[in-house]
Write a protein that binds this ligand. Structure first.
Ligand SMILES: *Cc1c(COP(=O)(O)O)cnc(C)c1O
Length: 359
């Protein structure tokens, strides 16, 4: 197989060294005589894997002691579906910011449980700019404010954490967790599915401030109840053990890269280089306001729509995989998460320039 670069939005590419390590340890994890897949989640070997996983995430993200870390199932979709029942407590309303497809889904799911105050919406601008947080309608009687820190489909990302006063801030960080430094203490709750920037699909990270625990409605099944999962250290039932292990390897890889501060600089350079290539071309276009452009997901269209399939075919043939845009938006999308090396983005930029020259 020749060299390929995988720009898939998720599940997405993993660092090659992580896959190699997983391969090397596949049949016999560190002399245990078992694959990680075959281990009891309560045995000493896997308990060791779990402990390092928790410790590394806390260290990498500098998660304060008054926050619990959970590794759950059901994806980010399960989280945004259960968050209201978990943390509304005796309140009956919550604020949501609508900046794209994912925040829209979270908002809709919340309507099953409470009144939803739409604090701001980017819909009138066709999801190409994030409304300035100073203009948001924030209801201080609400239980929390939810936003999506990176819109994977629309390619919008918050450059800064919005200030929402004393309301607990809840963030869907599925597609930009671990990509930039954030101050966890500004949040009530952070959640993220693993398959964008942390590992394979299967595990969902939840980072929850302790004061938000114990507010769940009694009808909520225990497996979805944060306080119950905290009590059992995310092992109320069998966890997705192999996904935990792989996320653990990705965290170790990230530490070896110099942690989040270092990878953030790489991510900045990659995004800059790709947006610069788009902006200086007359064939490619990205409509997102410059300040709100995602460093992780770069959607773009071609001035000549008829060339799209030609572009995608040529890209595929030269090893640039999964550049087709989301079905909602069409066009192209290059997802350039932590695992995408700078050389991959440089090669794509060159390919795009060459394609423009020859078409
Ligand atoms: C992918 C994604 C989701 C959905 O994740 P699932 O694991 O499919 O539930 C939610 N939010 C964001 C921002 C995403 O990128």
């Amino acid at each position: 197989m020749s060299k390929t670069y995988n720009f898939s939005a998720g599940p997405s590419m993993l660092p090659e060294s992580v896959l190699q390590q997983a391969q090397a340890e596949m049949l016999d994890w560190q002399g245990s005589g078992m694959s990680v897949m075959e281990m009891s989640h309560r045995g000493p070997e896997f308990m060791g894997v779990a402990e390092v996983l928790h410790r590394d995430l806390r260290e990498l993200m500098a998660i304060p002691d008054n926050y619990k870390i959970l590794f759950l199932q059901g994806g980010a979709t399960a989280q945004f579906s259960f968050i209201p029942t978990n943390i509304l407590g005796d309140k009956n309303k919550a604020c949501y910011v609508n900046t794209g497809a994912w925040s829209g889904k979270a908002l809709k799911a919340a309507k099953n449980y409470c009144d939803v105050v739409v604090s701001a919406s980017a819909e009138t601008k066709n999801f190409t700019a994030i409304p300035d947080p100073s203009t948001w309608n924030i209801d201080q009687q609400a239980a929390y404010l939810h936003y999506t820190s990176n819109e994977t489909i629309h390619g919008l990302e918050f450059a800064n954490i919005p200030n929402v006063g004393s309301l607990p801030l809840v963030a869907d960080m599925s597609s930009n967790i671990l990509s930039r430094q954030i101050d966890v203490s500004k949040f009530g709750l952070i959640y993220a599915g693993s398959q964008k920037n942390m590992g394979p699909a299967g595990v969902t990270v939840v980072i929850v401030r302790e004061d938000l625990l114990g507010k769940a409605q009694s009808t909520l099944p225990n497996v979805f109840n944060y306080q119950q999962q905290v009590k059992y250290e995310s092992m109320l039932n069998t966890p997705v053990t192999y996904s935990w292990y792989l996320v653990g390897l990705v965290l170790q890889w990230l530490k070896a890269q110099g942690g989040i501060a270092s990878i953030e600089q790489v991510n900045q350079r990659k995004a800059q280089s790709l947006y610069a290539a788009i902006d200086c071309s007359s064939l490619y276009n990205n409509a997102v306001a410059i300040a709100d452009r995602s460093r992780m997901n770069v959607p773009f269209i071609l001035a000549d729509k008829g060339l799209e399939s030609v572009f995608l075919k040529a890209a595929q043939e030269q090893g640039f995989l999964a550049l087709k845009g989301h079905r909602l938006l069409g066009g192209m999308r290059a997802s350039i998460y932590n695992a995408m090396p700078e050389s991959g983005v440089e090669a794509l930029v060159q390919f795009m320039a060459e394609f423009e020259r020859t078409h």
